[in-house]
Ligand binder design. Structure first.
Ligand SMILES: *Cc1c(COP(=O)(O)O)cnc(C)c1O
Length: 473
């Protein structure tokens, strides 16, 4: 395939994607193929001779598409939104076409500077504390995922707590008594970060939650005091705004002072719900964020930017760089040595990095802040309407408060009945929902946030949920 073939095939593919997206609503949302059916249709050995693009696309239709779950369908209500808007897709294409490595400022100045600039825009757009902008000692960086962001700040906090000794001498000599805190509802990535950082899951305290699944500050205070008494080194607290299970909001205004009192790094994981801060009327959930050391949200979830794009903001970028920077001779250059530029390789785990800021920049410009706000508001309104329908049907109950765009609900029936309801709904292909357990009970999750979801999709989903339920209770 040369660049002339690319031109022709590219036009074809752009048309193919636009056609797919125009018709995705009609496809069964969840792929129903059994294990190994995709592989069974692929040749055992790679082609020795070149093949044509038309053959590849024919196999995409025949082999790949049946195994696709349509995350971009307006009837996709599973897990969390994972939006890939037209502007984002074009940004991805351009990024791949430029083929730039952005590890150092010097390896492509625009890649670094656009990222810094767009992340400063986000500080303004989301009303984040000014301390997260690059105008002072803080700043933002695009990570692949919230999981990586959590690991990076955990390592920064570990190095701060051990004055660099953990990296230098190793944990056996520097850090075996470190303890971190999060709630029982926190995302599994916090636990994973603790294991990767070598601190162990036993050193992560899972603090109990209240009736709304938010961390109890009194319980955290008790545990901090007990650990301090026992001579442990308390170093990291991860709070969540919008837990994965039920969208619970930890009370930052109470957690911030505790983090300060005990000298802990306070991280705020708002992977999905951070996008809500675009709208001033939802910012009350973010009160207290000025006490946090770091904040993370995923434009690749609810802000229409294709995966991967996770924005991490820190109050003290020097702490991140101190934990993650190692400079081999072959990367030394005058710009880095001058101290006048940002080298984002020092803010992340890998060395190489994609030009992700392009798609984010395209999205912000193509929607405008007003357009982003309008869609986020619409999703929250739809979720609130859905919650009202659940409340009004005596067979159902809400299982959690539904502060934004996620509604947790169940039939007033045994777990097995709710499980059957979910299985029947997803087998219909008309929609896709997933589940969680809250207080040990099977709970359905209605997550509303696909770009093209409108009231008619949510209404049709509720109609189907009601009719399936009629056969069960
Ligand atoms: C989705 C989610 C994560 C994980 O996100 P990745 O970017 O896939 O690592 C972490 N925390 C919360 C609260 C989430 O909703």
């Amino acid at each position: 395939m040369d660049w002339n073939d690319f031109r022709e095939n590219g036009h074809f593919l752009v048309d193919w994607i636009a056609d797919y997206r125009a018709s995705v609503e009609k496809r069964p949302v969840q792929s129903q193929v059994p294990p190994n059916s995709t592989r069974a249709q692929l040749p055992a050995h790679p082609p020795v001779q070149p093949e044509g693009f038309a053959e590849m696309m024919a196999d995409v239709e025949r082999v790949i598409m049946p195994g696709i779950t349509h995350w971009q369908s307006p009837n996709f209500f599973a897990y969390f939104p994972s939006n890939s808007s037209p502007a984002a897709v074009l940004g991805e294409l351009l990024s791949a076409g430029l083929g730039v490595q952005g590890m150092l400022w010097a390896t492509s100045p625009a890649c670094t500077e656009l990222e810094t600039h767009v992340l400063d825009w986000l500080v303004e757009m989301l009303g984040l504390p000014e301390g997260f902008s690059s105008r002072g000692p803080g700043g933002g960086v695009i990570q692949d995922t919230a999981s990586s962001a959590a690991l990076c700040v955990l390592l920064a906090a570990r190095e701060r707590a051990t004055q660099g000794a953990a990296n230098q001498a190793g944990l056996a000599r520097a850090g075996s008594d470190l303890v971190a805190y999060t709630s029982t509802q926190a995302h599994s990535s916090i636990e994973k970060a603790m294991t990767i950082a070598g601190l162990g899951r036993e050193s992560l305290r899972l603090i109990e939650v209240d009736e709304n699944f938010a961390m109890r500050p009194e319980a955290l205070a008790r545990q901090l005091a007990a650990d301090q008494q026992a001579g442990r080194r308390l170093f990291f607290i991860s709070a969540t705004l919008g837990t994965t299970s039920s969208n619970a909001m930890d009370p930052l205004t109470a957690l911030g002072p505790l983090a300060h009192q005990y000298g802990c790094w306070l991280h705020v994981d708002a992977a999905m719900s951070g996008t809500a801060a675009l709208c001033p009327e939802f910012r009350h959930w973010f009160a207290g964020l000025e006490m946090a050391d770091s904040f993370n949200f995923n434009p690749h979830k609810w802000m229409f930017t294709s995966f991967d794009c996770s924005c991490l903001f820190v109050r003290d970028r020097a702490a991140l760089v101190a934990a993650l920077s190692i400079v081999p001779e072959y990367l030394r250059n005058a710009a880095s040595a001058s101290g006048a530029v940002i080298d984002y390789r020092d803010w992340q785990i890998p060395l190489g990095r994609r030009f992700r800021a392009l798609k984010l920049w395209f999205v912000i410009r193509a929607f405008g802040v007003a357009g982003l706000r309008r869609r986020v508001r619409a999703h929250v309104e739809l979720a609130q309407r859905f919650a009202a329908w659940v409340r009004a049907d005596a067979r159902f109950e809400l299982a959690a408060p539904a502060p934004l765009n996620l509604v947790c609900f169940r039939l007033r029936a045994e777990d097995a009945v709710n499980e059957r309801l979910l299985t029947a709904l997803n087998a219909s292909g008309a929609l896709y929902l997933t589940h969680t357990k809250l207080n040990g009970r099977y709970t359905l999750r209605m997550s509303i946030g696909a770009m093209d979801t409108e009231e008619r999709h949510v209404a049709a989903a509720w109609g189907r949920i009601q009719s399936e339920a009629a056969g069960l209770v």
